[in-house]
Design a protein. Structure first.
Length: 545
């Protein structure tokens, strides 16, 4: 008998040791209740919108750049032009908790989403998956109704070769190319969600506005806005509607005030102490040092400091990219100064956001994982209610936008996913669990960019506006207009903001400062020639009664 056996620790060989432990135990326990596992599908945060996003993400992972949702009298189908699947791919697809993309950076994480999505979208009826990878036409049938009836999942899904009718149906929808079709019985609730997503293409449709789901994290065009995806909806009457994708930072830098700014944050981890550090890399433009939110006592510093602590014991695990900026107020290639001044003063959405429903861009920052938007989070120590204070606060908190993105391999023990609070359902995360030493760093990045843009606004505001090219305006408001109109204009001006401070009714001198003209040029004729809008002209009349 070995020394280890004499000590009562069992043999060194792992298999023999397991048998030895079993022989000394009263009984062995540990099992998976498949019935309970099936019922847990409806307790994992999947609604119909997230199930659709899950299916679209799987199509994207398969290399698809075109996805069609088809509605027919009897069936709904999700059709993609991806690589298709082999027999082994099918086997992996219907295996729970097995990551299917651990060797590459994809949308998938835990190996459960596709199954749950099919179950919920089919309303616990049979879902059928057709696929062609260039070699075989295969079909898989998942009888969810029988699985729930018997409380069994294992070995319930069948995989066969397509028959000729199925091949013809498949080729008619994929033009004979590779791809995958997921088919399930027509579900009115799913159709409603699809209609709600596509109704956003017409923001002036009052009925569409009433029907829309206002959670941007559930909007397909937002979740996949960063991808070059062609998503369409084929209605029962054969009409096809294209989805209008949303990507706030999708334009060239010239479309943003003072350009877009991109910052890199590196993630370092000490496994012995289970501590993560987030290092903001120096910006070559500003020539600053690497910075971080360091530990102070039992917490963290409120403001970033230059990196001084050594990296001994820390290993770089990955990096995050923060993009921050503010879109132009209009869709003009070059905005005139008076338009920029209007953006400076007003609290309105930019032209780009006006094309979409409310709630897409706000004071929260979106988190993107491998290109897919997961959800939104708050930068630490930023209070949304402070945006009401004045135009400068509103600009910093709501007008300037920031997004955080990272790319990572898809394993269940991924440190970056863990730190971001990513759940098994890859379409959501726990934003409250994001590290404060990261979110404070992001708050600093956003505030720094907002300050730069605001200085740019102020520089434009102090420049004289050339009257050489007048624009068309409405007829000026005459002083002879009713007193009620002048009074309402005067009342509205009590909340006008000058240089970031709330004032009372503007004086002629304040008007000249706001417009960047000399006091001697402040005449009704000058305002008309400069193309000032109706409210400014009315304001001029009001303060010169």
């Amino acid at each position: 008998m070995s020394d280890k056996m004499k000590k009562g620790q069992g043999p060194a060989d792992e298999e023999q040791n397991a048998q030895w432990v079993a022989s000394r135990s009263l009984m062995n326990v540990g099992s998976l209740d498949e019935s309970g596992y099936l019922n847990s599908f409806y307790r994992q945060g999947y609604n119909l919108s997230k199930c659709l996003s899950e299916s679209f993400a799987n199509a994207k992972d398969a290399g698809a750049d075109k996805i069609v949702f088809e509605d027919t009298e009897s069936y709904n189908r999700i059709i993609d032009n991806g690589r298709g699947m082999s027999r082994d791919d099918f086997k992996s697809m219907f295996s729970f908790q097995k990551p299917n993309h651990s060797d590459r950076k994809s949308c998938g994480i835990s190996g459960i989403g596709g199954k749950i999505a099919q179950c919920i979208l089919s309303n616990k009826k049979t879902s059928t998956t057709y696929t062609f990878n260039g070699d075989e036409y295969l079909v898989a049938n998942a009888p969810w109704d029988r699985m729930f009836e018997y409380g069994v999942f294992s070995d319930m899904i069948t995989i066969d070769n397509m028959n000729q009718y199925q091949i013809d149906m498949f080729n008619a929808r994929t033009n004979g190319n590779t791809g995958t079709i997921i088919e399930f019985p027509r579900n009115d609730d799913v159709i409603d969600v699809i209609k709600q997503n596509f109704s956003r293409n017409n923001k002036d449709d009052k009925q569409s506005k009433m029907e829309c789901v206002y959670n941007p994290c559930d909007m397909i065009n937002v979740v996949f806005g960063g991808f070059r995806l062609d998503i369409s909806y084929k209605r029962r009457d054969g009409e096809v509607e294209q989805m209008q994708m949303y990507d706030y930072f999708g334009e060239e830098s010239e479309k943003y005030y003072d350009g877009k700014t991109t910052r890199t944050i590196e993630h370092y981890y000490d496994a012995r102490k289970d501590i993560s550090r987030y290092i903001l890399k120096a910006d070559d433009v500003q020539d600053e040092s690497d910075m971080e939110i360091p530990r102070v006592g039992r917490g963290y510093s409120k403001d970033p400091r230059k990196v001084s602590a050594p990296y001994e014991g820390y290993i770089k695990k990955g990096e995050y990219v923060a993009v921050v900026g503010q879109r132009h107020y209009t869709d003009m290639d070059e905005e005139p100064p008076e338009t920029i001044i209007q953006c400076y003063d007003d609290r309105k959405k930019c032209f780009y956001d006006e094309q979409f429903e409310e709630g897409i861009s706000d004071h929260r920052a979106p988190l993107y994982r491998n290109g897919q938007m997961i959800g939104k989070f708050h930068c630490s120590d930023v209070k949304y209610t402070n945006s009401r204070a004045n135009s400068k606060s509103y600009h910093e908190i709501k007008s300037v936008q920031l997004k955080l993105s990272y790319s990572t391999h898809c394993t269940q023990d991924n440190l970056l996913d863990k730190c971001m609070g990513i759940q098994q359902n890859k379409n959501q995360f726990q934003s409250e669990d994001m590290p404060v030493n990261l979110t404070r760093l992001l708050g600093y990045i956003k505030k720094d960019k907002a300050t730069m843009i605001y200085k740019y606004f102020e520089s434009i505001r102090t420049q004289p506006i050339s009257p050489s090219q007048p624009s068309e305006v409405e007829q000026p408001v005459s002083p002879s207009q009713p007193v009620e109109l002048r009074q309402s204009v005067e009342d509205s001006m009590t909340q006008r903001s000058v240089n970031g401070y709330v004032t009372g009714p503007l004086t002629p001198i304040q008007v000249t400062i706001a417009l960047g003209i000399n006091i001697g040029d402040l005449t009704l004729e000058t305002l008309t020639r400069l193309g000032k809008d109706r409210h400014i002209i009315a304001m001029f009349n009001a303060v010169n009664k």
